[in-house]
Design a protein around this ligand. Structure first.
Ligand SMILES: Nc1nc2c(ncn2[C@@H]2O[C@H](COP(=O)(O)OP(=O)(O)OP(=O)(O)O)[C@@H](O)[C@H]2O)c(=O)[nH]1
Ligand SMILES: [Mg+2]
Length: 303
């Protein structure tokens, strides 16, 4: 092995919806973290491993930092901030239209001031959007007035612009160290967890307003041929929790049509992930006020 191999943790931080998860998936060339057009999609710190010729980068995708409206929101922000604890480098993601004065960015800049020892790389995402070019320099100027940046990389998670440049920049800031995990490992998450997230992603994609935020998915049964060699198919049974009866009706749809569409999309995603023919059973239940219940948050894995 080379003597200058580098390894370490990069915490991916930013406000909701800037494309943190999309960027990570693009870099890892693997759909690890779910993505949606609605804010607060990611609810967990998710470890994704980049295994390169000269480095192993442990990326930690985090929930978007925002002003929380309920206990779930508080947990998400706490988790995102806790992602900084062990980080060697912060990848601060903004979009081409971000301003440091936006309340969420203002909050992030304050948090980052508490970690003055960690180098910060600013990724300016969505540069594929029209008119981006002329906005880059003024944006860099505004952010460098607020925070010491080690580097700035304009990127597009959508078309891949500068993905490699970003990886080279991040790896140059990591300590010289041996790989921390086996080089065939891509995440610390189980297929079961990713399955739960994929189901949630399909629900978010087909609902609006408060519904995506009110959904939690719990995997009740996950029987894979990988674990049970006598099985030929993957069987997944999951409960979808919502907060109100009206939301349940929305997810079920007229004559159960919506849940059927969601189920088909989720099943296809599970088949793609596992390579197994999949049977998916979804049950929708009302769990009043789970986002503000300590007990339910804990049970659903949002401690
Ligand atoms: N045009 C364009 N859209 C992008 C790009 N990257 C992400 N998006 C879109 O931005 C939206 C949010 O993407 P996510 O990756 O879920 O954002 P996030 O920062 O992880 O959001 P949270 O998990 O809610 O904090 C999705 O609709 C993406 O398709 C990009 O480079 N260009
Ligand atoms: Mg995300």
């Amino acid at each position: 092995m080379q003597t200058d191999f580098r390894a370490g943790i990069v915490a991916v931080i930013g406000r909701p919806n800037v494309g943190k998860s999309s960027l990570l998936n693009r870099i890892l060339k693997y759909k690890l973290s779910i993505v949606s057009a609605k804010p607060q999609t990611t609810r967990d710190n998710i470890l994704g491993l980049y295994n390169g010729a000269a480095s192993q980068i442990l990326f930690v995708d985090t929930p978007g930092i925002h002003a929380p409206l309920n206990k779930l929101g508080e947990r998400l922000v706490e988790r995102a901030v806790s992602g900084l604890e062990d980080a060697n480098v912060v990848l601060y993601v903004v979009t081409i239209d971000d301003r440091p004065e936006q309340s969420e960015n203002d909050r992030i800049l304050k948090v980052l001031r508490d970690y003055p020892g960690i180098p910060v790389v600013l990724a300016v995402n969505k540069v594929d959007l029209p008119g981006s070019r002329s906005k880059i320099l003024p944006l860099i100027d505004r952010f460098t007035k607020k925070i010491k940046l080690r580097d700035v990389v304009p990127v597009s998670a959508k078309d891949g612009t500068n993905g490699e440049v970003l990886v080279r920049t991040l790896e140059s800031l990591l300590p010289v160290a041996a790989p921390l995990y086996p080089d065939d490992m891509i995440t610390d998450r189980t297929e079961r967890f990713i399955a739960q997230e994929l189901i949630r992603e399909k629900i978010i994609a087909s609902t609006d307003e408060e519904v995506p935020h009110s959904v939690a998915v719990e995997i009740e049964e996950f029987k894979s041929p990988d674990e049970y060699p006598e099985r030929r198919d993957l069987f997944v049974r999951a409960t979808v929790y919502v907060e109100r009866e009206g939301q349940r009706a929305i997810i079920l749809g007229r004559k159960g049509e919506k849940i059927k569409t969601i189920g088909t999309a989720a099943r296809k995603a599970l088949e793609e992930m596992t390579g197994h023919k999949t049977y998916l059973e979804l049950w929708v239940k009302v769990n009043k006020g789970w986002r503000d219940s300590e007990k339910e948050l804990k049970r659903l894995g949002y401690e």
